[in-house]
Design a protein around this ligand. Structure first.
Ligand SMILES: Cc1cc2nc3c(=O)[nH]c(=O)nc-3n(C[C@H](O)[C@H](O)[C@H](O)COP(=O)(O)OP(=O)(O)OC[C@H]3O[C@@H](n4cnc5c(N)ncnc54)[C@H](O)[C@@H]3O)c2cc1C
Length: 373
């Protein structure tokens, strides 16, 4: 049904200069510019109250926007995901009025890009064993310690940080702080991945500063907000693959249309076994899209995305590389599928490993007895 809202969104996309939606070098600047334009047009922040820069006048607006924007958002849009899909909902739920006014508007329009400072060298799946500390000194927290695997830290103005603020063990005595990244006490060092990219980083804190009031929720009771944010993360990761028309990107399974394209071009589409695989990949993508539209446990969508990513990459690579793990330099298909087969395993880790998702589904969704710790 075409109504005023649909016309509004269409008019917005039609009015955009092409440079804003094109990929390539400088892509982060372009997606930030696009977000800025969307915020100005009131096309972000659906469900978020107007006083924080959001919009509540359109029913089911996020879903409808997603439908109309299908295949029209640049693939680098995911770089802004931590701010929009994790920091904003958690500040809305647990933040003070001042925090909501200070942080939500510049996140919606991408003036501030966020990273997630949770994992440490000795604290990944077992996040409650984290050691980074924040100690109050007058009106500021002083932060010392190290984080690792911090996606996008090199591009971020702000970070959601978990740090130990109390003496209590494990998940007690932890607080969530909102830390400015551009300051002398924060050092970001890139980590190179098997794909050749350096998307995530080590982050070192040496007497870094956070204003006293930038704690989300109660001091020493940050675990609640911390796990709430993880649920938002898993839920948004599970939805990345819902757009079947999208371009391939590093955070989701390669869309089915790429698989079909190479199958037709290489003649594999006439092979009985490949046809079975294509059917499985198509069904997997459909299921992912339906999971994305429903309110299911967030770990289910995340697990499904990972399974689909590995499967599609393996089928595509077999067609592109004729069963060999090598290709000629400059062979576009070979390079594309090699990248995705190397990239797919990371989806099992970021946002919590497959095993942790299964534990979570067992304990929280199915009510099975907890793992002994
Ligand atoms: C692409 C990517 C992006 C990331 N981005 C971020 C980010 O932005 N911010 C951030 O803070 N972190 C980030 N991470 C880190 C990620 O959250 C951790 O890698 C993940 O939580 C696993 O922790 P670990 O690497 O220390 O592995 P470990 O926890 O040491 O796990 C090792 C293995 O043991 C298994 N295991 C551990 N505990 C259990 C258990 N109880 N039951 C069964 N099996 C278990 C795991 O499943 C895994 O196979 C990212 C990781 C990747 C790969």
């Amino acid at each position: 049904m075409v109504d005023d809202f649909a016309r509004e969104v269409e008019a917005f996309f039609e009015s955009l200069p092409a440079v804003m939606t094109a990929a390539g070098p400088g892509a982060l600047n372009r997606v930030r510019a696009l977000r800025g334009a969307m915020a100005k047009a009131r096309l972000v922040g659906f469900g978020i109250p107007e006083e924080y820069g959001g919009r509540t006048d359109i029913e089911n607006a996020s879903y409808r926007m997603q439908e109309i924007a299908r295949g029209r958002m640049p693939k680098e849009d995911g770089m802004l995901g931590i701010g929009l899909n994790m920091a904003v909902p958690i500040i809305l739920q647990y933040g003070t009025e001042e925090q909501k006014k200070r942080f939500i508007p510049p996140t919606l329009n991408a003036q501030e890009v966020w990273c997630q400072l949770y994992s440490e060298p000795e604290a990944g799946s077992d996040l409650a064993s984290l050691r980074t500390t924040a100690v109050l000194d007058g009106d500021e927290w002083v932060v010392n310690g190290q984080k690792v695997w911090t996606s996008g830290a090199q591009n971020s103005q702000m970070g959601v940080l978990l740090a130990r603020t109390g003496e209590e063990p494990r998940n007690r005595g932890i607080s969530m702080l909102l830390i400015p990244m551009n300051q002398p006490g924060v050092e970001v060092r890139p980590l190179r991945q098997i794909t050749g990219e350096a998307e995530f980083n080590e982050v070192f804190f040496t007497d870094a500063r956070v204003p006293r009031d930038w704690v989300v929720g109660e001091v020493n009771d940050g675990w609640r907000a911390a796990t709430g944010l993880l649920a938002h993360e898993r839920s948004s990761l599970g939805k990345v693959g819902a757009d079947a028309k999208r371009e391939a990107n590093a955070s989701a399974a390669v869309p089915f249309h790429y698989l079909l394209d190479i199958a037709i071009r290489t003649g594999h589409n006439t092979n009985f076994n490949t046809r079975q695989e294509l059917a499985s990949a198509y069904i997997g993508e459909k299921v992912m899209s339906w999971i994305g539209q429903r309110k299911v446990h967030p770990s289910i969508g995340k697990l499904w995305r990972t399974k689909q990513a590995r499967y599609v990459a393996a089928v595509g690579a077999r067609m592109a590389m004729s069963g060999a793990a090598a290709h000629e330099m400059g062979d576009k298909d070979g390079e594309f599928w090699m990248y995705h087969i190397l990239n797919a395993p990371r989806m099992s880790l970021g946002g919590g490993t497959d095993e942790i998702q299964k534990n979570t589904i067992g304990e929280r969704a199915l009510g099975l007895p907890r793992e002994p710790s």
